[in-house]
Design a protein around this ligand. Structure first.
Ligand code: ADP
Ligand code: MG
Length: 350
């Protein structure tokens, strides 16, 4: 009897350990993606680490050219030919998929477990194919339906999830508005029922009202289906209501990572502060809007220390040495020497 209880206890412990391990749908450690170019090696993604809990959403924000698209592509191994270095670990449900051979990755991961809505995807739909054929394509490629009808049913289901009328399946892309085409692109990523999707700037080519509509679609998806997603954007203001977590990217690195509520209330990294100050609000005059003087550094031979130091008003001597990453008690990480004293910002500096 005692033995039985012991075994049951052990089993519970084991279940708990598995739960703990797979609490995160995604856990990325030290991801690096460098490109070879005629001018040198571009460090587009440099030792990026973060974890995303199942069912949660995360926003990756940063200026154009900071490596957001490259990071999304690194996660889904959609790499250009001029890759110089591609390293790190990427745990999907606790399993390191960086170890997978390309064939296995293509068959088992991309689309089936993780899908990307690429930047400008709404303008990349094939003009001569009906949208039904495009949405159903991932299903057919991965043998997730036995017949074309079944694939079409799944496409119709995905359309419902993103609020596209089902009779639009028989239309051609040019017969749809920009907002509808973006929804079709999102539906295509959902049709294989993946564990998470990455949306790369899904609203950047749209007018304000359509942007709001797409954000509503994402909010609904989050509430109604069990999916985790990463939203990539250069516009910090579009994401505040929808994201659970926020990652701020600067010059190939994540400089701050925390829960979005805390982040939008009190950004800590000086770059995050400036980024937030640049968001127009109803109360602020245009003159009060923050503008960040200077340019991000080149990603070919970037500075050894903090990559923001050159533009930072609070630069200290330490900053040109190694950039630190401090983890606060609540798990928040900040790549800034100002937080070296156990998470408390050095009083002299502000
Ligand atoms: N295939 C490539 N070869 C060389 N450099 C690239 C390639 N793709 C992107 N880059 C460079 O990597 C950096 C990050 O680009 P990207 O990931 O597109 O940034 P973002 O999406 O944040 O605008 C930029 O300097 C860009 O010029
Ligand atoms: Mg991009």
């Amino acid at each position: 009897m005692a033995n039985k209880a012991k075994t049951a206890g052990k089993k519970q412990e084991k279940d708990k350990a598995i739960d703990e391990k797979t609490k995160n749908v995604l856990d990325i450690r030290d991801m690096q993606l460098y490109f070879q170019t005629g001018k040198g090696i571009v460090q587009a993604v440099d030792k990026v680490s973060f974890a995303l809990e199942r069912g949660k959403s995360m926003v990756i924000v940063g200026e154009s050219g900071c490596g957001k698209t490259s990071l999304g592509r690194a996660i889904l191994r959609l790499l250009p030919e001029n890759v110089y270095k591609y390293e790190g670990s990427c745990l999907l449900n606790g399993v390191d998929i960086m170890e997978y051979k390309n064939e296995k990755f293509r068959k088992e991961i991309r689309w089936k477990r993780a899908a990307l809505v690429p930047q400008s995807s709404m303008n990349s739909l094939n003009p001569v194919l009906k949208v039904s054929d495009q949405v159903a394509e991932p299903i057919l490629i991965h043998d997730l339906a036995e017949t074309k009808e079944e694939a079409r049913d799944k496409a119709a289901e995905a359309f419902k999830k993103v609020g596209v009328p089902v009779d639009f399946l028989d239309r051609y892309p040019f017969e749809l508005s920009g907002g509808m085409r973006q929804r079709v692109a999102i539906a295509t990523s959902l049709v294989t029922d993946p564990d998470f999707i990455i949306l790369d700037e899904p609203t950047s080519a749209l007018d304000m009202l359509t942007q709001a509509n797409i954000m509503n679609v994402l909010t609904r998806l989050k509430e109604e289906i069990d999916i985790s997603f990463i939203l990539i954007t250069h516009d910090v203001s579009t994401s505040s209501e929808i994201a659970d977590m926020a990652a701020i990217m600067y010059a190939g690195q994540i400089v701050e990572f925390t829960d979005a509520y805390t982040f939008f209330g009190t950004p800590l990294h000086p770059y995050s502060e400036r980024l937030m100050a640049s968001v127009p609000t109803l109360e602020a005059d245009d003159e009060e809007l923050g503008f960040i003087p200077g340019q991000p550094p080149s990603l070919i031979n970037p500075p050894e220390g903090c990559r923001f130091a050159e533009r930072c008003e609070e630069e200290m001597e330490l900053c040109s040495e190694e950039p630190p990453t401090f983890e606060m008690d609540d798990g928040r990480t900040v790549k800034c020497w100002l937080y070296r004293e156990g998470g408390e910002r050095d009083g002299n500096n502000k």
